[in-house]
Ligand binder design. Structure first.
Ligand code: NAD
Length: 279
């Protein structure tokens, strides 16, 4: 899809109240798109709406939990009434969970599966039938992660959801080509957003000191969500199937493809370093 001028087009963004979702909504507004935005955080959502409206765009917003299929269906119906069409769907809302597999309780697994995987499925289920029926084509972006192709110790729950989003997106892309709807799995690396602050941590990783170290590492890396938003717009423009974003995400993508044994060795080494640290 040509993203140079999105006047007259409508983009839906889930998890638009912070980080990558907010930056992507504003990048699309800059190019002229009108926006349908949702989040569970009403305050963050209101800030994004205000910033988008300053850019002259028409917005519709709703407090929606992407894990709730009925709420997502209602969001789609209300978007259709408010803005009359949908051209771009960005399934971005997601959470983090950290901790060794044996320490992460099943309720944390259920929560992250419901948000990070089923949230993406609910977004597609609610909006795609209307997009297909309209026959105008369009684009779906599902936010996966570098953790969707690189294994990392202490991140099995998060990684499982992101591998799933990548696989789902590749299948969907093949099906939707017929309808001129592109699908991109966007895979950011380490991005400076509040996600580490809000991630649930379990076992020995659940310490204020370790969380603070994580936050500082993301801050030092300092790759902004605005740069991810530019990468997302480019992925839509070029109709990329998989779009790693940031140098580390690209490096991981190439290493996993050409040197999978090296990536597995590195994961084992990090696991052993973690064990030594906790012993
Ligand atoms: N920050 C990173 O390093 C990074 C890297 C790769 C992928 N990602 C992915 O990018 C996406 C956005 O993350 P971010 O870093 O901008 O984090 P963030 O915490 O800044 O933003 C996530 C937003 O999603 C919302 N949200 C959470 N659960 C929700 C739910 N059930 N329903 C609706 N909204 C919900 C939050 O309220 C928040 O506004 C996530 O899918 C995340 O996994 C982030």
């Amino acid at each position: 899809m040509d993203t140079r001028d999105l006047n007259g087009k409508v983009a839906v963004v889930t998890g638009a109240g912070s980080g990558i979702g907010r930056s992507t909504a504003l990048a699309l507004a800059e190019r002229g798109a009108d926006l349908a935005l949702c989040d569970v955080d009403e305050e963050g959502l209101a800030e994004t709406v205000a910033a988008a409206e300053k850019r002259g765009c028409k917005t519709f917003s709703l407090k929606v939990d992407v894990a709730d299929p009925e709420a997502m269906q209602a969001f789609a119906r209300n978007t259709e009434s408010a803005l009359a069409r949908v051209d771009i769907l960005i399934n971005n809302a997601g959470i983090g969970v950290g901790g060794l597999f044996v320490d992460v309780p099943l309720d944390a697994w259920n929560k992250i599966l419901n948000i990070n995987i089923l949230g993406v499925v609910h977004g597609c289920h609610a909006f795609l039938p209307g997009m297909i029926e309209a026959g105008r084509g369009g684009h779906v972006v599902n936010i996966a992660s570098m953790a969707g192709y690189i294994q990392a110790p202490g991140m099995s729950a998060y990684s499982a959801t992101k591998f799933a989003v990548l696989g789902f997106s590749e299948s969907l892309r093949a099906e939707l080509e017929l309808h001129c709807i592109g699908v991109s799995a966007v895979c950011p690396g380490v991005i400076n957003t509040p996600i580490v602050r809000s991630s649930a941590m379990y076992g020995q990783t659940n310490s204020p000191k370790l969380r603070e170290e994580g936050i500082r590492a993301f801050e030092r890396r300092n790759y902004s969500p605005d740069r991810v938003a530019q990468g997302i717009v480019k992925a839509i423009h070029k109709n990329r199937g998989v779009a790693p974003i940031s140098p580390e995400a690209w490096l991981g993508y190439r290493l996993k493809r050409f040197f999978p044994g090296l990536v597995a060795w590195f994961a084992r080494r990090s696991a052993s370093a973690q064990r030594k640290r906790f012993d």
